[in-house]
Design a protein. Structure first.
Length: 70
């Protein structure tokens, strides 16, 4: 699976990301990453920023690998 960019819509109480792609397909099966990247995603999202999250296959698992503030 190539890297794919999604818009972050929500972070659920169980730390799952709700994401949508350019075709308006949504998914909510990607967990908020551990560590600094997850902390930064949460902080920017809670501060009302629009975020693009890149989803990649890392060590055989689909994960949020990076993000950008729009």
């Amino acid at each position: 699976m190539p890297d794919k960019a999604y818009t972050l819509l929500d972070i659920s109480p169980n730390q799952m990301l709700t994401l949508t792609d350019a075709d308006r397909n949504s998914r909510s099966d990607i967990p908020l990453p551990d560590g600094k990247i997850g902390e930064n995603i949460r902080e920017e999202f809670m501060n009302g920023k629009d975020l693009t999250v890149t989803v990649s296959v890392v060590e055989g698992k689909i994960r949020a690998s990076s993000f950008a503030v729009n």
